[in-house]
Ligand binder design. Structure first.
Ligand code: GLN
Length: 215
C-alpha cells in the first residue's frame, strides 16, 4: 500500500484521507516539514494538497518552513495531487494572485483564481471525463467552490476534464465551449473541483494508481 500524505493545514483533510484509504492507500496527515518524510522510513509516496484558500496556504507553508522542502520534493518528482486551492499552488502561472503570494509550481499551466466564483460561490456539474474513469453512463459529479479554472496549458500537460460549457453568466466563458478543470503532467495531478465531497473515490483512485505505478 502506498503511503500518501494529506497536507493538514486547512481544508477537507479527513475526507481526503478516507477517500485515499477507500482507494487502497495509507493516508497520513502532514502538519510540519518533518512530516514531509525527512526521517528515514517516513518517506511519502505521494501528497495531496486539499482545497481551502491558496493565500492562506501560501502564508502557512511559508511560516511553517514547508514551502522550500515542498518545492524540492516536487522538483525530485514526488507525486502530488492538488484540488482547488491545491491546483493553484501547483500552477506555474496564476492570474489573480494576491500580492506576495507564493506557489509551488510544477504544472505548465495558467490558472485563474476564483474563475467560477464571480456571481455565486459554488457550482456543480456532471463531468464526462474518461481520463478520470467517468464515461457518459457514469459521469463524475464535480463540486466547484470559489474554484479556479485553467486558462491554458503548455505542451506536455494532459487535459483530463473540461466543463460542458463555460458557466452561464460568467463573462466570456460560455461562448468558448468549456473550461479545463482537471490536468495531469507527469506525477502531478490537479482538479478545480473537490472530489472528496460526495463519496465518489474515482479521482483519488486515479491518483493512487499514479503513485503505485511510479515505484
Ligand atoms: N478561491 C480559493 C483560492 O484562491 C480556492 C477555493 C477552494 O480551494 N475551494 O485559493
Amino acid at each position: 500500500r502506498p503511503t500518501i500524505g494529506v497536507l493538514a493545514l486547512q481544508g477537507d483533510v479527513r475526507e481526503h484521507s478516507l477517500a485515499l484509504e477507500a482507494a487502497g492507500a495509507r493516508a497520513v496527515a502532514v502538519r510540519s516539514a518533518g512530516d514531509l518524510g525527512a526521517r528515514p522510513g517516513d518517506r511519502l509516496d505521494g501528497l495531496i494538497l486539499p482545497g481551502g484558500e491558496s493565500t492562506t496556504m501560501s502564508t502557512l507553508l511559508t511560516s511553517f518552513g514547508m514551502l522550500e522542502p515542498l518545492r524540492a520534493l516536487v522538483a525530485e518528482g514526488l507525486a502530488v495531487y492538488g484540488s482547488c486551492a491545491g491546483m493553484i499552488m501547483l500552477a506555474d502561472r496564476v492570474q489573480g494572485a494576491a500580492p506576495g503570494q507564493s506557489f509551488l509550481g510544477g504544472i505548465g499551466m495558467t490558472v485563474r483564481r476564483n474563475a467560477f466564483g464571480r456571481e455565486v460561490d459554488s457550482y456543480e456539474e456532471d463531468l464526462i471525463a474518461p481520463g478520470l474513469g467517468a464515461g457518459p453512463g457514469d459521469p463524475l459529479r464535480a463540486v466547484f467552490i470559489r474554484a479556479p479554472w485553467v486558462e491554458e496549458v503548455d505542451e506536455g500537460v494532459e487535459v483530463l476534464a473540461t466543463t460542458r460549457s463555460g458557466r452561464a453568466g460568467s463573462d466570456e466563458g460560455s461562448a468558448s465551449g468549456g473550461r479545463i478543470v482537471a490536468v495531469r503532467q507527469g506525477p502531478l495531478l490537479a482538479t478545480s473541483f473537490h472530489p472528496e465531497v460526495g463519496g465518489d473515490h474515482r479521482v483519488h483512485g486515479v491518483f493512487v494508481d499514479m503513485v503505485a505505478h511510479r515505484s
